[in-house]
Design a protein around this ligand. Sequence first.
Ligand SMILES: C[S@@+](CC[C@H](N)C(=O)[O-])C[C@H]1O[C@@H](n2cnc3c(N)ncnc32)[C@H](O)[C@@H]1O
Length: 226
Amino acid sequence: MIKGHISPYHAPAFIPEALAKGRHRAIIGGRWEETGNIQMEMLLAEGLRPRHTLLDIGCGPLRTGCRVIPFLNPGHYWGTDLSGDLMRRGYDTELTEADRLRLPRGQLVEDGDFTFRGIPCEMDYLLCFAVLTHLPMNHLRRGLLNITRHFTRFEKLLFTVFLAPDAVASLAPVRQPDGVVTHDTRPPYHLLAGDVRHFCAQAGLVVELRPDRLPRGQVLCVARRA
Ligand SMILES: C[S@@+](CC[C@H](N)C(=O)[O-])C[C@H]1O[C@@H](n2cnc3c(N)ncnc32)[C@H](O)[C@@H]1O
């Protein structure tokens, strides 16, 4: 962790320095092909089809976008991120010209607060992959509450978290199945399955925590309106 910041992405120099060195893939954790493909397969398994609209929350430099944009009907992909520059780097370097024609630049919206300003209120799928894993727990609450306040209709919200086995175990570092070590008060953060269910219920959502593990040991949570 970069001291004094809730996540590395919040340290003012972190993203600009990485972009200056051409390291946009590395700062979102690398494993570009593997993780991008897994997200694509996960979306297909959850029923995403070309006719659907998708909002990729915390989409970064379009690791998933570069795979899902050619699949979806033109204009059906939207992305948000804390960093507009990171999204624009992905737009300029990771998309083909044909992909760029399918995605108006204005559909990549800078938003580090889960406010979703400027995003349509109806969306079929919402994805938030490897974002909440870098943020303290109240961001999950804020994200979920703002999702159910902003989006009047959506089919599924897919998000990932790291879990600790129980409350006492959460106080110490937890080694996840993929080897990543997570923490309660610094990133990458873990929380309890009960916390996820509680925050979802507060936001009017029911959630299923999938038993299989994603890259780095993340758990896929699939939420719908209760
Ligand atoms: C590990 S990367 C994952 C990127 C993308 N979801 C993927 O899996 O390819 C985490 C991303 O979350 C973004 N981020 C961090 N905090 C955020 C926040 N509060 N709101 C929106 N995006 C955020 C970062 O800028 C970064 O692009």
